[in-house]
Design a binder for this molecule. Structure first.
Ligand code: VG1
Ligand code: CO
Length: 565
């Protein structure tokens, strides 16, 4: 029954610091629980949906990664959306949508945008993080022009518009009609799985896994994030793998107390099981399902290599066969392994700042098909977010395809071997110094900025007696979007050496506490026989240079990073 409802303007006061970061507004749950805090940000977001008319008459997708405070946030969005004359909300069942699934729904259902409730890989629970992110009609994260508009609104709000509606039952698929406002609860998984069927040769992968079940094992770790149910459906139901091939698959509001970030530190349970049980193909996803890690008992695939492998074998994937790869791209700190593939294949290569939003324009313009970030993000133009399960299925599809061609089981290590033989290797590592106090982190960046100012290091040979690196370029990365001409400045300090090695420093834009310094090191090795060292060994001299130049240890008191990737 369609029922009418009242709308009232609730008086509010401005909260400072509601500035969206690399990927939306991320804060402690306790911050979002303050009176009017979440409401203010939702109102500001709806005001920014269009430059002048707010969100009136729009259709928006809403969903999140299952973390603590999700349900409350969704109910607030329903009431404020109705209060702002939104026409329709499409919400994932139980409020749940993985980030890639939400991006797909926005595109598929031609919505005007979406509100994604996630702090991605940050821990969840009452004492941890929550996040709100706005995506635009192409399915991708809002560009800076829109996030700046949101931020400006948060600084000027005096009221938000709240409809007097009951809480909506999010547990059942179906439609709720309130006068001219519609809330549709949709299955969270169906559309996403249908998309994967259009992109990959699912029966080829299934047949391969069945035929090689004694020589090729799979283990997926959902890390108690949003992807567990998606992965269970795909791996167990569609690909016929045993139930035991999916671990931590239940989505929990506190991610089981873990840190749902798929890297060697936080996904250690997977890493240990893969090594102990000699698993051929291990994979994990983060809290909201857009990141992925790929590992075997005898190899860890860096995300920079992962996207290069997918691009090098793209012709083996149904979505890209017949040479439909339009261009490749990576974030600036990501290693240049992908550049070598672009070079070989004569494809256009783009280097963008950190954050998936920078890939969207190139994809919309038909100039970019496959891209990646060193932060375990890999994806393509099938949607406008990075996509963890997509990357994992891409790898499985490539492996199944090559194994079938060669009549033998080809593993992760085999693929890497061949790749390094053919292209050489970009050794890569990232050091994260988490929860450094902001003043010290800024001092480190100031030291680097001073080096840029003086340019005195250029031409100098840094390093130890056995490994010298001559500085060729020293700058802070600025990006001009080739499509709309928008400029993003100061996206990371780069020290580039004359052998193309790079040291990059930047501050994280996704943390919720203190500052996180990220240090990235990239070094090319063209001699295939030298491509199988431990990355930490191969990169040690450059890491030393980075620490000396930045005075990081002295300024932060940190002897060691929190996480090494
Ligand atoms: C980090 C990563 C970046 C990624 C972003 C969002 O940002 O470095 O590559 O796009 O997280 O990923 P920062 O500013 O903290 O370095 V997710 O999975 O949080 O949506
Ligand atoms: Co994420």
């Amino acid at each position: 029954m369609a029922s009418s409802f009242d709308v009232r303007a609730v008086q509010t006061t401005v909260y400072d610091g509601q500035k969206p970061g690399t990927s939306g507004l991320r804060k402690r749950v306790k911050v979002f629980q303050q009176e009017h805090y979440t409401e203010n940000f939702i109102q500001a977001t709806l005001d920014a949906v269009s430059p002048d008319g707010g969100a009136q008459g729009t259709t928006l997708v809403v969903g999140g990664d299952g973390r603590y405070f999700l349900q409350e946030a969704v109910q607030k969005i329903v009431k404020i959306a109705a209060g702002n004359k939104v026409t329709k909300l499409i919400i994932g069942q139980h409020g749940i949508l993985s980030t890639p699934a939400a991006s797909n729904l926005i595109r598929k259902l031609k919505a005007d945008g979406g509100i994604l409730l996630t702090a991605s890989h940050n821990p969840g629970g009452p004492d941890n993080d929550f996040g709100i992110k706005y995506n635009v009609s192409n399915g991708g994260p809002a560009p800076e022009s829109v996030t700046n508009r949101i931020y400006e609104r948060t600084k000027a709000l005096t009221t938000y518009r709240l409809a007097d509606l009951p809480d909506v039952d999010l547990s059942a698929v179906g439609t709720h009609q309130f006068a001219n406002f519609t809330v549709e609860i949709v299955d969270s998984i169906d559309e996403y799985v249908a998309l994967m069927h259009r992109l990959f040769d699912i029966s080829l992968i299934r047949n391969f896994l069945r035929a090689r079940k004694d020589s090729f094992s799979v283990l997926f770790d959902g890390m108690h994030g949003v992807t567990g149910p998606y992965a269970h459906r795909i791996f167990v139901k569609e690909l016929g793998l045993p139930e035991t091939s999916v671990m931590n698959a239940q989505t929990l509001p506190d991610f089981g107390g873990g840190h749902p970030d798929p890297n060697l530190t936080y996904a250690h349970e997977l890493v240990e099981r893969v090594r102990r049980d000699s698993v051929s193909f291990g994979a994990a996803s983060d809290g909201d399902g857009d990141r992925n890690m790929i590992i075997s008992h005898d190899w860890f695939v860096t995300p920079s290599d992962s996207v290069a492998i997918i691009a090098a074998h793209a012709h083996r994937l149904p979505y890209f066969n017949q040479g439909q790869v339009k261009g490749l791209a990576r974030s600036m700190p990501t290693s240049a392994a992908l550049d070598r593939v672009a070079d070989r294949q004569g494809l256009e290569m783009y280097e963008v700042p950190t954050g998936w939003k920078f890939f969207g324009n190139l994809m919309d313009a038909g100039q970019l098909s496959i891209c990646g970030e060193e932060s375990f993000g890999t994806g393509s133009d099938h949607i406008r977010e990075k996509d963890g399960l997509w990357a994992i299925l891409a790898w499985l599809n490539v492996i199944a395809h090559i194994s079938e061609e060669r009549g033998t089981t080809v593993g992760i290590r085999d693929l890497m071997d061949q790749h390094y033989q053919s292209y050489g290797r970009n050794y890569f590592t990232r050091y994260d110094y988490e929860e450094v106090d902001s003043a010290s982190a800024n001092k480190v960046m100031d030291v680097l900025q001073d080096h840029i100012q003086s340019q005195k290091l250029v031409g100098q040979a840094l390093g130890c007696d056995t490994a010298k690196f001559t500085v060729a370029q020293l700058d802070n990365f600025d990006y001009t979007d080739p499509i709309d001409g928008s400029v993003s400045r100061n996206q990371g300090v780069r020290i580039v050496f004359d052998d193309s090695s790079r040291i990059v420093f930047r501050l994280s834009g996704t943390g919720s506490q203190g500052a996180t310094i990220r240090l990235y090191i990239d070094k090319y090795e063209g001699d295939a026989s030298a491509c199988f060292l431990d990355a930490q060994v191969a990169l040690k001299p450059l890491i030393q240079v980075a620490l000396e130049v930045s005075q990081l240890t002295a300024l932060t008191g940190r002897e060691k990073p929190t996480v090494i990737t």
